[in-house]
Design a protein around this ligand. Structure first.
Ligand code: FAD
Length: 438
């Protein structure tokens, strides 16, 4: 937890493990013993105490334990790592796929252009694709993929990470993230690594699990669903990671996001040893990027300074160079034009979809129906993209938003139809698409 607090992209919300009437009572003792063994501090609460801090929970609480916990913004955490690496002379190329490895030479496609690079050591950290990548050098690495789906509800229905206190299963977790509540997750073996669907059964299951724990969610708007693949080595219950050392080809696979810094430390130390570097990895002791005092941002960003710091952490200092452009672009998430420009120029963005993941424009209630156009206009006005590029990016961005809305629209068909009409009819974008692609 101490190391976690070094990372500004983690919001230490605290957490609760809660069981409800009908749950297996014997699990409580196992949970307490497990926490004792792992040295995890827990604080038992009465159901009244639990409801006082989380009033939207189902009042049918049997047992509740307070724990240290937090919520991470995985997009900005990844960007902060990449930014820090670049400050330390790393070169980063997004949208690149390694297609061939011959000795020290790697061939890859970058935006469909073929490129080559030479490396003394190659690290394979390609998640569920680690087995496929290892095949390029004739090695066999066994990694299984498990799909996880998450529902996104409008507004915060809880303030802490709420876990179901029962034998770990699916639909166990509800957590606050920015202006939304996430309900997760499923855990389903998946063979197709390139294209997988969010099934209606998954959405229905997660909705029911969410309603059972937090009845208020029935009244909240379900904004969208998204899914990802977990890389699993060995048994799914352990979520351990494996470091394989094959000469100049190292593979790190499995684990979880919570273990990523430890995994990176092991890889860093192994690479250093192979290269004859005597330094030791300092990732557990240092902030990812510098140290910015939030109150210093108050002068620059006025009332927005807290939101800016929560969003960009220590990168907020770098955003100040763009502070003169402060037109509000996204009303749901409060994103301003300076953030769009900063992300576009400095945070490894190639398109509006990338910018959305860094800034959160289009991730709120309206799902980008207005701000997508505003963001494209901001880039166009600064000559970052031309008009044709702006239109293609708008289309791609809205298509991606729509993909996450479709699995959950059943109950909100009228709202969805209004969204579709706005996406398609503003500027006749459905027609423009055909003209541009012709
Ligand atoms: C729904 C869900 C919920 C989760 N919740 C949690 C949680 O609460 N706590 C937690 O700790 N963990 C959680 N996880 C697990 C965690 O997200 C994963 O363990 C973690 O993201 C894996 O990171 P990774 O870098 O190994 O793989 P990835 O994040 O998949 O990254 C692999 C990268 O390799 C790239 N790649 C693949 N092939 C190539 C190639 N040939 N050339 C170049 N690049 C390539 C891919 O494009 C990708 O960017 C969750 C996962 C899911 C799906």
């Amino acid at each position: 937890m101490q190391e976690v607090l070094l990372i500004q992209q983690v919001n230490p919300t605290g957490g609760l493990f809660v069981s409800f009437g009908g749950d297996d009572e014997a699990y409580k003792g196992k949970f307490q013993a497990g926490c004792r063994k792992a040295g995890i501090k827990i604080n038992e609460l009465t159901s009244e105490e639990a409801l006082k801090i989380e009033p939207n929970l189902n009042s049918n609480i049997e047992s509740a334990f307070e724990v240290d916990d937090g919520v991470v913004d995985p997009f900005m955490l990844t960007v902060a790592n990449a930014y820090a690496a670049r400050e330390n002379k790393a070169e980063i190329e997004t949208y690149s796929r390694v297609v061939k490895i011959a000795g020290r030479e790697l061939s890859y496609l970058n935006d469909n252009k073929k490129k080559k690079i030479k490396a003394d050591i190659i690290v394979n950290a390609t998640g569920v694709w680690a087995g496929k990548t290892a095949k390029l050098v004739g090695r066999e690495i066994k990694v299984k993929a498990y799909k996880g789906t998450i529902l996104v509800y409008q507004g915060r229905a809880v303030e802490r990470v709420v876990n179901h206190l029962h034998f770990p299963s699916q639909g166990d977790i509800i957590l606050p993230h920015r202006n939304t509540t996430l309900v997760g997750t499923t855990n389903i073996p998946e063979k197709n690594l390139e294209r997988f669907n969010i099934e209606k059964e998954e959405v229905d299951f997660l909705k029911e699990e969410g309603f059972a724990k937090v009845p208020l969610l029935r009244k909240r708007v379900l904004l969208r669903a998204y899914a990802g693949l977990r890389p699993v080595v060995g048994e799914i219950s352990t979520r351990s990671f494996v470091l394989s050392d094959d000469g100049n080809f190292i593979t790190i696979s499995g684990g979880k996001l919570t273990t990523y810094r430890l995994m990176a430390e092991k890889v860093g130390n192994l690479v250093a040893r192979k290269l004859g570097v005597r330094a030791k990895c300092r990732t557990a002791e240092e902030n990812i990027i510098g140290d910015v005092k939030p109150t210093k941002l108050k002068k620059i960003f006025k009332k927005d300074y807290e939101r800016i710091f929560r969003r960009y952490g220590n990168l907020s200092g770098k955003l100040s160079a763009y502070s003169s452009r402060n037109k509000r672009i996204c009303l749901c998430e409060g994103v301003t034009s300076n953030e769009i420009l900063f992300a576009s120029k400095e945070l490894f963005c190639k398109n509006l979809r990338d910018i959305r993941r860094r800034t959160r424009f289009g991730m709120g209630f309206c799902q980008g129906r207005r701000c997508t156009f505003e963001a494209a206009l901001t880039l166009f006005s600064e000559n970052i993209i031309n008009s044709e590029e702006a239109q293609l990016q708008i289309i791609n961005s809205l298509e991606e938003r729509w993909k996450g809305i479709v699995p959950v629209i059943e109950d909100y068909m009228s709202e969805a139809k209004l969204l579709e009409a706005t996406y398609s009819c503003t500027g006749n974008y459905n027609m423009v698409k055909n003209i541009i692609r012709r």
